[in-house]
Design a protein around this ligand. Structure first.
Ligand code: PMP
Ligand code: G9A
Length: 400
């Protein structure tokens, strides 16, 4: 009965494998490298409590009232200053997942093509899918999306009159592979976007979390006229996901359309949460907090890399990425192994990961997995990788 009433897109919607998995691996005995969760012991709860009481005292009536759809003006000014853009370029969102939805809402007609990384962030695929997008995946190497493949694909799509409206890229410490696109490649991608008149949707939640190497400029700073880049940012990874707070940087005409789309979605992002974050930024406490996160997460990344070096079996075809930042690395198993099939064995050994196929729109590349290093403690990283190494060794004996 319900099936008959559902819209076409709702019928095609699928639950996120990651969100389902998070329920499964919540047991305390499981060491989880699955969810993309920040370390909760680092949430600045005391600071948030102090700032909340200041906000309530100074501006409680305003903070508890509806606010403008564009977002808190002073917060937008601060963010514009931070990003060296204009306030008209900024729209506050209910975190970046909403940014993905709003951008889809204003650009994707059913059947439209969207270019995505192969693999890419699952929640991006889910958002685009809700508007019935058709995907074309571009494989990644250690420098992100392969630009020669992108070029060939765009040539073909142009011939077929099937060009996408945008290319979705996670340029810094990509989710799920952990790789970063260097400046030269960003420029090439922009040239292609300009040649074929496409937008770039740049999703940058991990950008401030760099542990090694040199920062690369944001796409919008490379786009001279600021014409074709839409950038999503979120406070989820640098403060706390529970605030559900983020923002979009885009040309003012795109911001205008996004504002209308947002009005029909949630009217405005929580003014209360916006006021707290604005005050934390004004008191110069966010930068200090990010420095702390960087030092703790760097240690965790290093611990995971050395545990992998130390415990993984020496096996042809077994490899992993070495990210310069973010929360994840990507492990490839030898051809012929299947991380989906192996998952039961991993769970029985009390260790969890996200299967790599979840990040491929067609469910392929089953010999891959994503490992998160921000959530577990250093000890658990060590023990969990030891368990995983044993699981891989046993599975390989059985299937290879
Ligand atoms: N984009 C990417 C690439 C992500 O990794 C995530 C969260 N893991 C999001 C968007 C959504 O995050 P949020 O809605 O909390 O900002
Ligand atoms: O909890 C979520 O869905 C956000 C994390 C995403 C991820 O693990 O990639």
């Amino acid at each position: 009965m319900l099936e008959d009433k559902l819209s076409t897109v709702a019928k095609a919607m699928k639950r996120s494998e990651i969100r389902e998995l998070l329920k499964l691996v919540a047991k305390p005995e499981i060491i989880s490298f699955a969810g993309g969760m920040p370390d909760p012991t680092l949430f600045p709860s005391k600071l948030i409590a102090e700032v909340t009481s200041e906000v309530m005292e100074k501006e409680g009536e305003r903070a508890l009232q509806y606010g403008p759809t564009e977002g808190d003006t002073e917060l937008r000014e601060k963010l514009a200053e931070w990003d060296k853009v204009d306030i008209d370029n900024i729209l506050i969102t209910t975190a970046s997942q909403q940014g993905l939805d709003l951008v889809s809402k204003i650009f994707i007609d059913p059947g439209d093509t969207v270019i995505v990384g192969y693999p890419t962030y699952l929640g991006g695929l889910q958002a685009f899918n809700s508007y019935d997008a058709k995907f074309i995946g571009i494989p990644l190497d250690d420098e992100g999306m392969k630009v020669d493949v992108l070029e060939g694909t765009l040539q073909k799509l142009s011939r077929d009159r099937n060009l996408p409206k945008f290319i979705y890229i996670v340029p810094d410490f990509q989710n799920p592979k952990g790789v970063t696109m260097p400046t030269d490649r960003r420029k090439r991608v922009l040239e292609l976007a300009s040649k074929y008149d496409l937008l770039i949707l740049s999703d940058t939640p991990y950008r401030p979390l760099r542990y090694s190497g040199e920062p690369c400029p944001n796409f919008f700073h490379l786009d001279g006229g600021m014409e074709r880049v839409i950038t999503l940012f979120t406070f989820s990874k640098i403060l706390c996901p529970g605030f559900r707070l983020g923002y979009i940087v885009a040309p003012p005409d795109i911001i205008d359309k996004l504002v209308v789309a947002k009005q029909g979605t949630d009217l405005c992002t929580s003014p209360f949460n916006q006021a707290i974050v604005r005050e934390i930024i004004k008191q110069d406490k966010l930068d200090r907090h990010i420095k702390k996160l960087v030092s703790v997460y760097k240690e965790k990344r290093d611990r995971m890399l050395s545990a992998l070096d130390n415990y993984m079996p020496k096996m042809e075809g077994l490899s992993w990425t070495r990210p310069d930042g973010g929360l994840f690395l990507w492990l490839t198993l030898p051809e012929g192994m299947d991380a989906n099939r192996m998952f039961e064995r991993a769970l029985a050994s009390n260790v969890a990961y996200v299967v790599g196929s979840a990040f491929h729109y067609d469910g392929n590349c089953k010999n891959t997995m994503r490992l998160n290093f921000s959530y577990p403690t250093l000890e658990k990283i060590d023990e969990g990788i030891k368990r995983l190494a044993k699981v891989i060794e046993e599975e390989a004996k059985e299937v290879l």
